[in-house]
Write a protein that binds this ligand. Structure first.
Ligand code: NAD
Length: 980
C-alpha cells in the first residue's frame, strides 16, 4: 500500500513541519486560553517542586473525600504535614494558622474542600450523569465532541454493576439529547464495571456476564449512530476486553451494519503490535468493523510493580521513547488498515499528533476520518490548535463525584507531574520546539524475560490471562483424574512398603470420586523408620552443605517441571481452587530455594570477637532426626518448607502428613528422593496422628519435632516433648505453628473498595481454611453500615463450587466433620446473634462438603464464636467507636497470628503496628498470602512457638551452634594458621 510513503524521509520532514505548525498554533491559543485554573497550577507546581511533598499532597487529596467532620480534616492535615515537614510558603502559612487556632477547623475544612474541588473540576467535568449535557454543549462550542466516562467505585457486586450500566445509559441519553444528531455521541465503558467478576481465569463466563449489560447499551448506540468504546484497564484484562468486543461483534442481536463499538490499544504494552495484527486479521475474516482508540497507557507504575510481584515479565516498555516509537508504528499500521478499522489518535504529545497527521496526509485520508482525542481539562491549547488545523477532536470527559473520582484525579496529577510527561501544561514554555518534536530515539530494549532476572529469585505465579497456561492447567486436572486408581505404599527406607491397612482418598468436591488408596503405617514401620533415619542421618550430617543444597535445588527444579501435575492433584485432593493450589506449589519451590541460600550463608558460621593468642569460631551442626507433622491446608508448601529446612541443616526427616493430604505428601517425598536425597534421610509415613504421630514424637531417638496444625494437637506435642524418656540424653526441640482467630480493622478513612476486596480474600479464600484467615472483622462505626452492605453484595457474587472449574471462587470444606462444625456454628449464631448473610443452599452443589460464606453480627466479644478457631468461612463482625476499642477487641484472644488494618491515618497505622499483638501485621492489604522470604510467617502466644517460617532465623532452630576456641600461643610464640 502506501508503505513506501510512510518509510520515507519525507514523512519525517512533514512530521516536523506539522509539529512546528502545531506549536505555533498552540502558542497563539495559549495567549487566549487560560489552560489551567490557578489552584490546579499551584498544586501541580507544588508537586513538581519536591517528590516528598508530592507524595504527601496526593495522599492527602486521596483521603480527603472520606473526611466528613472539620476536626478530621484538621487532624489529617497535621498528620500529613507535620511541623518539621518542609512546606511551600503558602501551605506553611495555612497549616500554621490551623495549628495556632487562628483558623477554625470549620474554616480550614471549607478552604481545603474548595481547593480540592477546584482541582477536581479541572479534570472531572460534572458530578452527575444527569448534568452531562451542559459539558457536552460547552465542548461542542469549542469545536470538539466528547467521550463521556462515568467515574465510579470499583464494582464489587452484580447490583453495583447494574447501577453502573444504568448510569451509562443515562449518560448516553443525555449526550444524545445534547448533540441532537449534530455530532456523534461516544461513551467510554469500563469492562470491569460491567460485572463484578471480570476475571481472565474464566474468560467465557466473564465475557457472557459483561456482554449481558453491554448489549442493551450497544442497541441504543446503534439506534442513534453513537459509539461505545471499551476502555483499556490493566494488562491482565486486555485479552478479556478484546474477547468481549469480539463476542459482541458476532452476537446475533448486534447489527454489524452499524459500527457502534470501539476498543483501546495501549502502545506501552510490548505485544501491542501483535495484538493489532491479530485483531486486524480477525476483523477481516469476520467482516466486522471496529473503532480503535490508540493511547500510550496510564497504568505504567501498576503494571511494573504487579508484574514484579508475580515474577512475570514486565508487560510494558520500560522507557518513554520506546512507547513513543511503538505509538508511531501503531499509528501507521492502524491508519493504513481500513476499511475494517477507524482510528482515533489519543495523545497529548505534539510529536505523536504531528506524526499521525503526516501519516494521514501520506495515506491521503480525508481529515474528517482522523480523529484526535485529548483528556478533559488538560490540553485546551492543543485542542484549539488541532481544531484550527481542521481535524476532528474528541475530549475524554469523566463525570463523577469526588470520592469515587479521586483515583482518576490522582492518576492525572501523577501523569501531569511525572518527569517526562508530555501532559505538563507548561511544556510550551520549556525546551525548544526541536527537542519536543524530534523523532523518539530508541535504544535496544532488554527482553521482557531479562526484566525479571534482575530480581534475585522467585517463582512466577500462574498468569490467568495466559491461555496456554490455563489450557495446561485444565489438562493436568483431567489427566490427574484419569490416573487415580493406584494403591500408594509407604516410603520407608529404600523400599516402598505395602501395609495391610489402606484407606481410600476421595475428592471433597465429589465424594464418589476416589483418587487412590494409601497404605497406613503401623507401630512397626514407625520404629523401623526411626532406626533407618538414625543411621542415615550420621552420613547426611557429614555430607557437604554444598551437596545438600544441590539436592534441594534439584528438587526445586523437578517440582517446577511437575508443577501442573502437583497443582492439579491439590485441586482434587484438598479442594483448592486453581489460584490457591498454584500458589501453594510455588511456595513449596520457593522454600527449597530460600532455605538453600540460608544454609549456604550459615555454613560460613558467624563472626565472634577475638583477642591476641586465641582463635574463635562459631559454627553450626545438625540436631539429628526430625519428625515433620504437617497439616492438609497447604499440603505442598508447609510440608516442603519444614522438610527442606530440616534436610538442608543436615537432619534426617520422617514425615507424618495429615490424613487429608497424603497423596500430595507422597508425591513431594518422591521428588526429594529423585533429587538425590538418600531414601532413609527422607521417609514418608502416612498414618494416624494419635498413634503414629504420637509415637514418632515420643520416640527417644527423634530430636526435633516440626509441627504445624491445631492448637490442641500442638499443645499436646509440647507436653509430650517436655518429658524425657529413659535413655534420652537431650531435650527435644519443638517448633509448633498453630491456629489463629485473626482480625481485620477497617478505619473511618479507609479505602472501602480495597478493604472489601481484602476482606473477601482474607476471610473466604480457600473457604477460610487458613490459619491466617480473617474470622473477625472490626469496623469503625462511621463506615459500618456502608461497608457491611457492600461486603454482603460482594460476598454474594462468590461462586462456591467444584474447584476443578476455573470460575469457582470457593471449593468445598475438607471433610464432613468440618462442614458439620460450621453448620452447628451457624445454627448457634442464629440463636445468640444475627446471621446477616448466608450463602443460599440452593446455589451449593449437591455432592461434596460444601458450606457457603456466612456473615454474623451482634456477637459478644467473649462468646465462643468470637474466640474459638472455626477454620471455615464464617466471619463475625463488630462495631467500634475508635481505634483504641478496635485494638482492645483485636487483642482479646488466645491467639497472636495475623492481623491487619485498613486506614489512611498514619498515627493509627503506627499505633496498631505497635500495639496489635500478632506475628504478621498487615497494612492496607489482605492478611493472608504471606510469601517466602518476603513476609516470614508465624505467630506467638497460643498461635505458635518458634521463629518464622520462610524467614532468616528459621534454620537456627534446626541447628546446634558450637563455639570453638584454640589457644594459639606457646611460650608466647604465636602459631599462624592453626585452625582455619
Ligand atoms: P491437626 O492439628 O488436626 O493436624 C495436624 C497434624 O497433626 C496432622 O498431620 C495430624 O495427623 C497430626 N496429629 C494429630 N494428632 C496428633 C498427635 N496426637 N500427635 C502427633 N500428631 C498428631 O490440624 P489440621 O486440621 O491438619 O490443620 C488445621 C489446623 O492447622 C488449624 O488449626 C490451623 O490454624 C493450623 N495451621 C497453622 C498454620 C501456621 O503456620 N500457624 C498453618 C496451617 C495450619
Amino acid at each position: 500500500m502506501a508503505h513506501s510513503a510512510l518509510e520515507s524521509q519525507a514523512l519525517e520532514e512533514r512530521t516536523q513541519e506539522i509539529g512546528r505548525q502545531l506549536f505555533a498554533a498552540a502558542r497563539q491559543e495559549q495567549e487566549r486560553l487560560s489552560s489551567l485554573n490557578r489552584w490546579t497550577a499551584q498544586v501541580l507546581a507544588w508537586c513538581l517542586s519536591d517528590r516528598q511533598l508530592k507524595g504527601r499532597l496526593l495522599r492527602f487529596i486521596d483521603v480527603f473525600p472520606t473526611l466528613h467532620a472539620s476536626q478530621e480534616v484538621a487532624y489529617h492535615l497535621r498528620e500529613y504535614f507535620p511541623s518539621d515537614f518542609r512546606l511551600p510558603l503558602l501551605l506553611r502559612a495555612g497549616v500554621k494558622l490551623a495549628r495556632s487556632g487562628l483558623w477554625t477547623h470549620q474554616a480550614l475544612a471549607v478552604g481545603i474542600r474548595q481547593l480540592i474541588e477546584h482541582v477536581g473540576r479541572q479534570f472531572i467535568a460534572e458530578s452527575h450523569p444527569e448534568a452531562a449535557s451542559s459539558v457536552v454543549r460547552t465542548l461542542a462550542q469549542r469545536g470538539a465532541s466528547c467521550s463521556l466516562d462515568i467515574l465510579g467505585e470499583q464494582v464489587l457486586s452484580e447490583e453495583e454493576a447494574d447501577r453502573y450500566a444504568a448510569q451509562c445509559r443515562t449518560l448516553l441519553q443525555q449526550s444524545l439529547k445534547a448533540y441532537a444528531g449534530k455530532l456523534q455521541t461516544n461513551l467510554s465503558v469500563k469492562p470491569s464495571a460491567l460485572t463484578a467478576r471480570f476475571d481472565p481465569i474464566s474468560p467465557s463466563q466473564s465475557v457472557e456476564r459483561a456482554a449481558k449489560r453491554l448489549l442493551p447499551l450497544c442497541h441504543i448506540a446503534q439506534e442513534y449512530s453513537a459509539l461505545i468504546t471499551l476502555d483499556a484497564e490493566q494488562a491482565l484484562l486486555r485479552d478479556l476486553t478484546l474477547q468481549l468486543a469480539q463476542r459482541l461483534l458476532l452476537h446475533p442481536d448486534y447489527d454489524s451494519r452499524h459500527a457502534s463499538l470501539g476498543i483501546v490499544i495501549q502502545a506501552y504494552l510490548r505485544d501491542a503490535q501483535a495484538t493489532v495484527e491479530n485483531l486486524l486479521q480477525w476483523l477481516a475474516s469476520h467482516e466486522r468493523s471496529l473503532h480503535v482508540r490508540l493511547v500510550k497507557g496510564a497504568y505504567w507504575d501498576h503494571e511494573v510493580a504487579y508484574a514484579r510481584q508475580c515474577h512475570w515479565p514486565v508487560p510494558v516498555h520500560e522507557g518513554k521513547a520506546l512507547t513513543d516509537a511503538a505509538f508511531e508504528r501503531l499509528t501507521e499500521r492502524l491508519l493504513g488498515a481500513g476499511p475494517f478499522v477507524t482510528t482515533a489518535v489519543a495523545s497529548h504529545n505534539v510529536r505523536s499528533i504531528a506524526h499521525a497527521m503526516a501519516v494521514a496526509e501520506a495515506l491521503k485520508l480525508p481529515k474528517e476520518q482522523v480523529e484526535f482525542q485529548l483528556l478533559y481539562g488538560m490540553a485546551d491549547t492543543l485542542l484549539a490548535a488541532i481544531v484550527s488545523m481542521g481535524y476532528p477532536v474528541r475530549v475524554y470527559t469523566p463525570i463523577g463525584e469526588l470520592v469515587p473520582g479521586m483515583a482518576y484525579l490522582v492518576r492525572r496529577i501523577l501523569e501531569n507531574t511525572a518527569n517526562e510527561s508530555f501532559l505538563r501544561q507548561d511544556f510550551l514554555g520549556k525546551g525548544t520546539v526541536d527537542e519536543w518534536i524530534k523523532k523518539p530515539s530508541v535504544a535496544q530494549e532488554p527482553s521482557p524475560a531479562a526484566s525479571i532476572q534482575t530480581e534475585q529469585w522467585g517463582e512466577p505465579l500462574l498468569n490467568p490471562a495466559d491461555e496456554t497456561q490455563r489450557r495446561r492447567f485444565a489438562k493436568a486436572i483431567s489427566t490427574a483424574l484419569s490416573s487415580t486408581s493406584r494403591r500408594h505404599p509407604l516410603l520407608l527406607g529404600d523400599g516402598e512398603v505395602q501395609t495391610a491397612q489402606a484407606v481410600p482418598v476421595s475428592n471433597p468436591a465429589h465424594l464418589d470420586q476416589t483418587l487412590g488408596e494409601i497404605c497406613l503405617a503401623t507401630a512397626a514401620e514407625a520404629q523401623r523408620a526411626v532406626e533407618l533415619a538414625t543411621q542415615a542421618q550420621k552420613t547426611w550430617s557429614n555430607t557437604a552443605v554444598a551437596e545438600r543444597v544441590r539436592c534441594l535445588r534439584q528438587a526445586a527444579h523437578i517440582l517446577r517441571s511437575q508443577r501442573q501435575e502437583l497443582t492439579a492433584l491439590e485441586v482434587l485432593e484438598v479442594g483448592k481452587t486453581w489460584r490457591e493450589a498454584d500458589v501453594d506449589v510455588v511456595e513449596a519451590i520457593e522454600y527449597l530455594e530460600y532455605y538453600s541460600q540460608q544454609m549456604l550463608d550459615l555454613a560460613q558460621g558467624k563472626p565472634v570477637l577475638e583477642l591476641p593468642g586465641e582463635r574463635n569460631f562459631y559454627r553450626y551442626t545438625s540436631r539429628g532426626v526430625a519428625v515433620v507433622i504437617s497439616p492438609w491446608n497447604f499440603p505442598a508448601a508447609i510440608l516442603t518448607g519444614m522438610t527442606s529446612a530440616a534436610l538442608v541443616s543436615g537432619n534426617a526427616v520422617i514425615l507424618k502428613p495429615a490424613g487429608r493430604s497424603m497423596l500430595t505428601a507422597l508425591r513431594v517425598t518422591r521428588i526429594l528422593r529423585e533429587a538425590g536425597i538418600p531414601p532413609s534421610v527422607v521417609q514418608c509415613l502416612p498414618g494416624q496422628g494419635q498413634t503414629i504421630g504420637e509415637m514418632l514424637v515420643r520416640d527417644p531417638r527423634t530430636h526435633v519435632v516440626l509441627f504445624t496444625g491445631s492448637k490442641a494437637v500442638g499443645l499436646s506435642i509440647l507436653e509430650a516433648c517436655r518429658s524425657i524418656a529413659s535413655g534420652q540424653r537431650f531435650i527435644k526441640q519443638v517448633v509448633a505453628e498453630m491456629g489463629g482467630k485473626n482480625a481485620i480493622f477497617v478505619d473511618a478513612d479507609a479505602d472501602l473498595d480495597s478493604a472489601i476486596l481484602g476482606i473477601l480474600r482474607s476471610a473466604f479464600s480457600y473457604g477460610g481454611q487458613k490459619c491466617s484467615a480473617a474470622s473477625r472483622l472490626i469496623l469503625h462505626e462511621a463506615i459500618y453500615d456502608r461497608l457491611l452492605r457492600r461486603l454482603i453484595g460482594a460476598t454474594d457474587r462468590l461462586v462456591v463450587g467444584d474447584p476443578a472449574d476455573a470460575s469457582t471462587d470457593m471449593g468445598p470444606l475438607i471433610e464432613q466433620s468440618a462442614k458439620q462444625r460450621l453448620v452447628e456454628a451457624r445454627e448457634y449464631a442464629r440463636k445468640i446473634a444475627k446471621v446477616v448473610y448466608e450463602y443460599p443452599e440452593s446455589r451449593l452443589p449437591g455432592d461434596g462438603h460444601f458450606f457457603g460464606p456466612c456473615i454474623v453480627t451482634d456477637v459478644a466479644p467473649y462468646d465462643k464464636l468470637a474466640q474459638e478457631e472455626l477454620f471455615g468461612p464464617l466471619l463475625v463482625v463488630f462495631r467500634v467507636r475508635h481505634i483504641k476499642e478496635a485494638l482492645a477487641l483485636a487483642n482479646d484472644t488466645d491467639y497472636a497470628l495475623t492481623g491487619g488494618i485498613y486506614t489512611r491515618t498514619f498515627s493509627h497505622m503506627e499505633k496498631a503496628l505497635r500495639e496489635w499483638d500478632v506475628g504478621n501485621f498487615y497494612i492496607n492489604r489482605p492478611i493472608t498470602g504471606a510469601m517466602v522470604g518476603r513476609q516470614p510467617f508465624g505467630g506467638h502466644r497460643l498461635s505458635g512457638l518458634g521463629t518464622k517460617a520462610g524467614g532468616p532465623d528459621y534454620l537456627l532452630q534446626l541447628l546446634i551452634p558450637k563455639t570453638i576456641c584454640t589457644d594459639t600461643t606457646r611460650y608466647g610464640i604465636p602459631l599462624e594458621g592453626d585452625m582455619q
